[in-house]
Write a protein that binds this ligand. Structure first.
Ligand code: TXA
Ligand code: MG
Length: 318
């Protein structure tokens, strides 16, 4: 699982773009430049590719990721772009703006991309190489900044290599990024809310909507313990680290156990991460008998899985 990968450094030409696109379609991880920072890209419809993004970054929790598309027209396959969100997209895409939109029900995106939430962050980058790659790949590409968790965001291919060489299949080198800070993130709630300041100035957005932007810390919606209910959680009660099943419980297993659903019978943490949200959704759809979860080793992706399970199992009042 952690055996080192030989990271290909691809140049900005037809062959480089074709190779990067081929790798993405095969479920491999490819870092590519956008006008803001280099992204760590994987096929957003492929659970395993998305799980590997978290593994490569060493992220201790599953923050939802931004999905990159080549054009505004492509959005309707994945999300609902209406009203003021549509106006903002018309005004600022392609560019350093990310919009948090309602997921299209039954769409093809991996549940892990949106961390189980009913919304998804979407961005149409302007960088010509990003545009060409997204066109060639023909897939929505999930991409956080291409740095190990806790390190600064990369604005050159060398930065990416320094942090992620051996952990991803390729880096597409497009030279330094022009903007150098991440995209501005706006949610619609139901008025536009600034979730993360970034490469597109808030003033430009306020001018476009002709009103002050509401502001909220992204951490308030996504990470803060007081906001656990903003995370997807099944209706059923959950019990973690279960060795002995109670009679009414359904088991979400891990490893060699007999279970209603098993995150990874082989005990593979990447596979377990890839299955986590889809299986929680499935168990939710199948009823409200309490869910017991097998112990998950607390290292590597297991830490992110356990973090997410603790949130899903936390007492809630809604
Ligand atoms: O410039 C950028 O935005 C870069 C390049 C590669 O595009 N990407 C980037 O991605 O910064 P990342 O994963 O580091 O930032 C994603 C952030 C999350 O931490 C979260 O705050 C927010 O986007 N986000 C994603 N999905 C969300 C959702 N459904 N609701 C609220 N916030 C969301
Ligand atoms: Mg980042």
């Amino acid at each position: 699982m952690t055996s080192a990968i030989k990271t290909e450094l691809l140049v900005d030409d037809q062959a480089g773009i074709a190779r990067a696109a081929e790798l993405l379609r095969a479920g491999a991880l490819v870092s590519f430049p956008t006008e803001t920072v280099y992204g760590l890209g994987g096929d957003a419809t492929n659970d395993r590719a998305v799980a590997r993004i978290f593994e490569a970054k060493g992220r201790p929790s599953f923050n939802p990721l931004i999905v990159h598309l080549p054009s505004m027209e492509a959005v309707s396959d994945y999300a609902v772009l209406e009203g003021v969100a549509h106006d903002l997209a018309m005004a600022f895409w392609p560019g350093p703006l990310t919009l948090v939109l309602p997921l299209k029900p039954g769409g093809p995106l991996s549940h892990l991309v949106s961390a189980g939430l009913p919304t998804v962050a979407i961005r149409v980058p302007e960088h010509p190489l990003a545009q060409k790659l997204l066109e060639a790949a023909g897939r929505p590409v999930a991409a956080p900044s291409a740095n190990p968790s806790g390190r600064i965001s990369p604005s050159t291919a060398e930065h990416v290599m320094d942090g992620l060489s051996g952990k991803i299949e390729a880096v597409l080198d497009g030279g330094p990024c022009a903007v150098g800070v991440e995209s501005t993130i706006v949610g619609i709630d139901p008025i536009p809310v600034l979730l993360r300041p970034g490469g597109l100035p808030a003033e430009a957005l306020e001018e476009a909507i002709r009103a002050p932007l509401a502001r909220r810390q992204e951490s308030e919606t996504i990470n803060a313990p007081g906001q656990l209910t903003s995370h997807y959680a099944p209706n059923a009660k959950m019990r973690l680290n279960v060795e002995t099943l109670h009679s009414t419980e359904r088991l979400l297993g891990f490893g060699h156990v007999e279970a209603d659903l098993n995150l990874s019978p082989a005990g593979d943490l990447v596979e377990a991460a890839a299955n986590l949200f889809a299986m929680l959704h499935q168990m939710d759809a199948e009823g409200d008998a309490p869910i017991a979860v097998s112990p998950i080793p607390d290292h590597g992706l297991g830490r992110a899985i356990n973090d997410r399970l603790r949130r899903a199992a936390a007492p809630r009042d809604n």
